[in-house]
Structures are given as C-alpha cells and as structure tokens.
Design a protein around this ligand. Structure first.
Ligand code: SF4
Ligand code: SF4
Length: 545
C-alpha cells in the first residue's frame, strides 16, 4: 500500500455534501492516488491503437491529435448509429435519482460525478450540445455543452472511476446501463490515445504472448509443473497435465493471474487436482493462456480480437468444447458479446459432462462453460468425495463477482460448491450480494498500484459488508470466482478488515477433495496445518445461512 494512501479512519470520513457550484462549473481534479498512469506508447503502438506518445495526465498538454474534436464527434455519431442501446440510454434518463447512491465509488468518495446518473450526464451533455438541435440552440437550458479540453479531461477522470460493474443498472427503472455508457466513452477516449497503462500493457502482452502478464509459453508450462510438484508433496498424488495437445476433448482456459499470483495459484492447484481426480481428457494451451479480456476495457474491436484467440486455439487443437476457470470479465464477454462478435462457435460441440452426462444447454452457442457450473453438477450427482472438515479453520463468506453475478445470473452454483466443501459459511447482508453485489472497487482495469486511494474508496462498501460478517460470525475467508477479485481483495481486506483472507472456490474444493491413492494430508494447499481430519462435534457457534 502506497505510503501516501490515507489511513482507514481518515478515508472513512466521507463528505457527501454536494459542492456549491453546479457540476458543469466544477472542473475535474486529477489527484495522486486516484488516477492511473497513462498508457505506455509502446503498448499503444503494438496494438495498433491511435496516437501513441508519452503523456502525463497531470500536465496541461495531453498531446491530442490536431483534429481531436472532429474525431470524438464523428466517433460518437458512429456509435450512436451502431449501438441502439447507447442512443436509448442517452435519451431516456428521467433523472429520477434511483441510481444515485448505488455506485460504490460515490459511496466511498462522496464525489457527485461518481453518481451513475451524473457519470452518464458527462457524455449525454456533449451528445446534446454537439449532436442535437435543441442542445445546439439552447445549450445549457437543454442540458447541452460543448466539447472542450476540460470536458475531455473530466471524461478521462470519471470514466476511469467506473468499474463497469452494472450495479446501478439493477436499480434503474428504465434499465439504463451506465457500464455500457462507460464502455463506449472509453472507446472514444481510445480514439485519441487516452488509455491507462494497466489496460494498454496487458492488452499488448495478450496480443504478443497470449496472456496479460506477457508470460512466454515455456514459463507458463513450468509454472503449472511447479504446482504439480507442490501437489505431489502435499497429497502424494502425481499429476501430469498436457499442453497444446491436439485431439483432447476439452480445452481449459483460465486467467493468467491464477498461474502467477497468490492466492490465485492455489485455485489453479485446485483445478489441476480436480481434473486429475476425474481423469478428464483436457489440455492447457500455452498460446490461449489467458481467460481475462482487458480488450473489453478498451474497445469492442479489441475485446473481439482477444476473445477470438481462445476459439482459434480450440479450433487448432480440435477439442470439443472449452471449460473456463474462475474469472470475471471473461464470462461477461462470453455471455453478453461472444455470439455477435466471434460466434456462434459452430465448429465446437455443446458441452456435455463426461462424468455426469449433463448437457449444458446454456452454452449451446458459446460452447464454453464455467468450471463452477461443471463442479456444481458433479456435486449434485454425487461424483466427488469431499471432506469439508479439512476446511474447518475457514469461516467463509462469498463475494459475488460483478460479472458472473450480473453478467450471467450466476448465483447458486458457487454457493452449492462452497457448502459442499466447507462446514462454515455465512452470507453477507442481502443488499450487498447476488445481483446487488458490491464491486471489489478495482475491476475494469483499475487494479493498478498507483490508484490505491481510489480502490480503497471504491471497495469500501464491499469491505463494510465483510466487516459485518467478520465481527458477527468470525468470518476469516472471503471466497470468490474471479481472478481480479483474488488480486484486488487481499489489499482491500488488509486495509479495511484485517484478519480476512481471500480464496478461489476451487482451492476450497481441492482441500476437501479425497483423491484416489492420496497420502494422509497434513497441510492445506497453502502449506498450513489442517485443523483436524475428523469433523469436530458441534462446530463453531453462530447461525448458518
Ligand atoms: S435510475 Fe435510471 S432514469 Fe433514474 S437517474 Fe438513474 S439512470 Fe436516470
Ligand atoms: S457501472 Fe458500477 S462503477 Fe459504473 S457507475 Fe454504475 S455502479 Fe458505478
């Protein structure tokens, strides 16, 4: 955590009083700890995005292209023609305010421009002022304003303070999805070379090596083999996964964060153990070595490009279908956009579990299923031997990651898996979970190191709900099914709720999994001593959800 990040007591003093001046007269303030660094020009150039150059958001001169206003105006016009949803969302807001206090960034910062209604208005006002007759003639009276450098800087500031989480849309009586407005506003900013580095460089890496971290194929393979050695030490079971194997039934793809960053690495060990135990005919790819899609935070075109490589690899290897690991935005892309971008994937087959025979009709078009739905199906059919008491030192709650939750309506399956793998599970308050879940505060590419204050502010409502179950039930483990969450939640917990650790669901499964021929386990996957091998009578006190 950067030294200059205010302490929690200080940060919790949030002023929700609006400023005296109107919002159009209050320019954006680009502050240290709140903004992310500008995109590295090499990354911008590598991906073929416009206007690669060094620039600094704190400078007055952002080195914009000479015709920048024309580029934005025409870009907006083009998108209004292509995306009917954008036009509808810009036209129908009645400013009822139902969304106003639903954004975690507004709750955590008190900044009115983080109210979803006002965030959308930043773009809407320019649409009115530049592209509608009423706005051109009546200006402010019709809610219109002109495009200026200050306006552009305000866009950059606030569209990179939205995690595209869609919580606000749940509360809008008209279904206005401010995340979609942010997505398209970021697309416009990218036309001018105004991306942030934590997005641009992962996108360039993914284009170059197949994953966001820029891991070369041999290093990717070595890392997974290293996990296999650890698994053998803990369980006595030797696992030998295959890589780039043509003719395998299933291609497995997960976020590279699972392969290279704790605690995702333990989740990755969980995948390996589960697949071995099932005898699954699957392979890893060292080329499509990334499930996440930071193209999604850049433009539709970039999202399509990064998504396409997973399907190209499935085709090359001749697999029947794809299983995807515990990721967030990979699933939003697959469920919401894949079909009209790269699909339908007719060269693949509808996924059928080789263990239970279940046909996953929901993936009839994408041919890709989430590992948690696959595992929930195994549990439902009694196909896994689990000893949940091995997780008895963990009192677990579940954070619904925004994308699987609101992007795919994926609520029950992770809970079914956790309940089967753990004896102690407690839900956070109802208005903070499932479709109303609060974002981790670091999604959509904001998981950088330099914007820690923003992340701690944005994650405040989530942390507050964890604090509630931590104090009430002694919850010490926050489970989730998203690699960004596994990276973003540990510092959030350390900051707001020390004593709560973070885990993927398949780490819990693998701890509980009784494997064929395993030795008596002494530790869990983190090398921590197992609490006991027999369930303790009674278990800890406190109401179970
Ligand atoms: S809830 Fe919907 S209609 Fe109401 S202010 Fe928000 S976006 Fe506009
Ligand atoms: S999508 Fe999420 S981050 Fe963006 S305005 Fe809505 S609630 Fe806030």
């Amino acid at each position: 955590m950067a030294d200059e990040t205010p302490k929690p007591d200080e940060l919790a003093q949030i002023n929700h009083n609006p400023p005296w001046k109107g919002w159009m007269d209050t320019p954006a303030e680009i502050k240290k700890g709140i903004y992310c660094y500008a995109a590295n020009p090499k990354s911008v150039e590598y991906t073929g995005l416009p206007n690669p150059r060094s620039w600094n958001p704190l400078d007055d001169d952002w080195k914009l292209p000479r015709e920048w206003k024309k580029i934005v105006r025409e870009g907006l016009k083009d998108r209004l023609d292509r995306f009917r949803s954008l036009k509808v969302f810009l036209d129908i807001c009645v400013r009822c305010g139902a969304c106003a206090d639903k954004c975690h960034f507004f709750i955590g910062s008190g900044d009115p421009k983080n109210m979803p209604v006002l965030r959308a208005e930043l773009l809407r006002s320019v649409y009115r002022g530049e592209l509608t007759k009423a706005g051109q003639v009546l200006g402010r009276m019709a809610g219109g304003r002109k495009l200026t450098e200050d306006v552009l800087k305000e866009w950059w500031t606030y569209f990179f303070q939205c995690t595209e989480c869609r919580r606000c849309s749940v509360f809008c009586p008209y279904g206005i999805d401010t995340a979609e407005i942010t997505i398209l506003a970021r697309e416009l900013l990218n036309l001018l070379g105004l991306n942030i580095d934590w997005i641009a460089t992962p996108v360039a890496n993914c284009t170059r090596t197949g994953n966001h971290l820029g891991i070369q194929p041999h290093a990717f393979k070595e890392m997974i083999e290293f996990f296999c050695d650890d698994i053998e030490e803990i369980t006595g079971v030797k696992i030998e996964p295959s890589f780039n194997r043509k003719g395998a039934e299933i291609l497995f793809i997960t976020p590279s964060g699972d392969v290279f960053a704790d605690p995702g690495t333990y989740t990755c060990m969980g995948y390996l153990m589960l697949f071995h135990e099932l005898g699954l005919d699957y392979t890893w790819s060292t080329y499509a070595s990334e499930g996440g899609n930071f193209g999604f935070f850049t433009s539709h075109e970039m999202m399509k490009r990064l998504n396409a490589k997973m399907y190209a690899e499935a085709k090359r290897l001749g697999v029947k279908y794809i299983i995807g690991g515990e990721c967030g935005h990979m699933w939003r892309v697959i469920n919401q956009y894949m079909d009209t971008m790269n699909g339908p994937a007719d060269f693949l087959e509808v996924p059928v579990s080789p263990i239970t025979g279940t046909r996953f009709e929901q993936a009839a078009s994408t041919k890709m299923i989430h590992l948690v739905e696959f595992t929930a199906d195994l549990i439902k059919h009694g196909k896994l031997k689990l000893d949940p008491s091995r997780n008895d030192n963990k009192i677990v709650t579940f954070h619904d990651s925004c994308n699987p939750a609101r992007g795919m309506g994926f609520f029950e399956e992770p809970r079914e898996v956790i309940r089967a793998a753990c004896n102690h599970f407690h839900e956070m308050p109802p208005n903070t979970i499932r479709e109303q879940t609060f974002c981790c505060g670091s999604g959509s590419g904001l998981n950088a190191g330099e914007d820690m204050e923003l992340r701690m502010r944005g994650g405040f409502p989530r942390a507050n709900a964890v604090k509630f179950v931590h104090e009430r039930y002694g919850v010490n483990m926050l489970a989730n099914i998203c690699a960004i969450d596994r990276a973003a939640l540990p510092p959030l917990m350390d900051y707001w709720v020390p004593g709560v650790d973070v885990t993927g669901v398949h780490e819990l499964v693998a701890n509980a999994l009784i494997m064929e021929g395993e030795q008596k386990r002494e530790t869990d996957l983190r090398g921590e001593e197992l609490p006991h091998l027999e369930p303790e009578e009674g278990g800890p006190e406190g109401e179970e959800e």
